[in-house]
Ligand binder design. Structure first.
Ligand SMILES: Cc1cc2nc3c(=O)[nH]c(=O)nc-3n(C[C@H](O)[C@H](O)[C@H](O)COP(=O)(O)OP(=O)(O)OC[C@H]3O[C@@H](n4cnc5c(N)ncnc54)[C@H](O)[C@@H]3O)c2cc1C
Length: 282
């Protein structure tokens, strides 16, 4: 049961959503944008959040888009993980979405919710970090198109009242050779002990990680080490491990040593697979 009353709004346009947000904010209702609702409902039931109003953004046409437009693949923030997986327009993203939660919840979770939510894993962001994607973000003041690396740093850095509208992925990345690997503590369906998304572009390996530290990340320093052809593969991986952006946590899900052991072996096989063209995904 949700232990508080709240108002429900379902705007049909971005402008309408932004205006409703501002009006509710000014009247002290502490509104939240509502997409799949899986996180909002779970947290409201546990009294981890309270709100006087939710603004359901799923019916806004721009948030439902999923199509190639010019040089970009455009995916609306309200598109569900199931829809992304089934359309398979960007196979690496499709595979990452198919391994978040289970089938029932994938039908509800949206791309925007996964990126903007508070649960730290945000696995759907990994392929986007590798592709120089752009995000379209709207507020009552304006709409802006920003490179993902400027607005996603550990988490989405949105200002209050800003709505993630769309993700634009340059078309040339969607067919790059890629590897997606998710390792969990026990069951296949679980939060990641370690998820790695990697792709090969211009003979360079790019890689992004979730579960390894307390935020998802892509590290240019790690990639420089992995692509240093003056070193052996073993040395490249060792150098990359020395450039992790934060300490690997020790917790009940796995010790730091175990996570690092898995990472070392995965990186070795991923780089080898991408460079030899012998890719197997798991
Ligand atoms: C059972 C379960 C298992 C899960 N397993 C995984 C997993 O394995 N890997 C993983 O990465 N994640 C996992 N998650 C996390 C899940 O992806 C997030 O909770 C995600 O937020 C849910 O998306 P949603 O569309 O339901 O978001 P909602 O619950 O609707 O919203 C979540 C947050 O995002 C904000 N938001 C939503 N859309 C927008 C938008 N367009 N613009 C601005 N803000 C927005 C909302 O205001 C809210 O703060 C799991 C969640 C559950 C409940």
């Amino acid at each position: 049961m949700i232990p508080f009353d709240f108002e429900y709004y379902r705007p049909q346009s971005i402008t309408n959503a932004a205006d409703i947000f501002q009006t509710l904010e000014e009247s002290g209702k502490n509104p939240v944008f509502y997409a799949g609702g899986t996180e909002i409902i779970s947290m409201a039931r546990m009294s981890s959040i309270t709100t006087g109003a939710v603004i359901d953004v799923k019916e806004i046409p721009e948030l439902k888009a999923m199509e190639f437009n010019g040089d970009d693949l455009v995916i609306g923030a309200g598109v569900t993980l199931t829809q992304i997986h089934e359309a398979n327009l960007f196979p690496l993203l499709a595979q990452a979405c198919a391994r978040v939660a289970d089938h029932t919840i994938q039908n509800k979770i949206t791309l925007g919710g996964n990126l903007c939510g508070t649960i730290i894993y945000r696995e759907a962001v990994l392929p986007l970090l590798l592709t120089n994607a752009y995000l379209v973000i709207a507020s009552v003041k304006n709409a802006r198109r920003v490179p993902i690396n400027e607005v996603f740093s550990k988490r989405m850095q949105l200002n209050r009242g800003e709505l993630l509208v769309q993700v634009h992925i340059p078309r040339n990345y969607v067919s790059c050779p890629y590897v997606h690997v998710k390792r969990t503590k026990e069951d296949k369906i679980h939060y990641p002990l370690l998820t790695v998304c990697a792709l090969l572009t211009d003979n360079q390996v790019r890689a992004a990680f979730s579960g390894l530290v307390n935020f998802p990340f892509r590290s240019v320093e790690m990639e420089e080490a992995l692509n240093d052809i003056n070193l052996t593969l073993e040395q490249r991986v060792e150098q990359a491990l020395n450039k992790l952006p934060a300490a690997v946590p020790d917790n009940l899900e796995g010790s730091a040593g175990y996570r690092t052991f898995i990472l070392k072996h995965l990186l070795t096989s991923i780089v080898n697979e991408l460079e030899t063209g012998n890719v197997t995904n798991s």
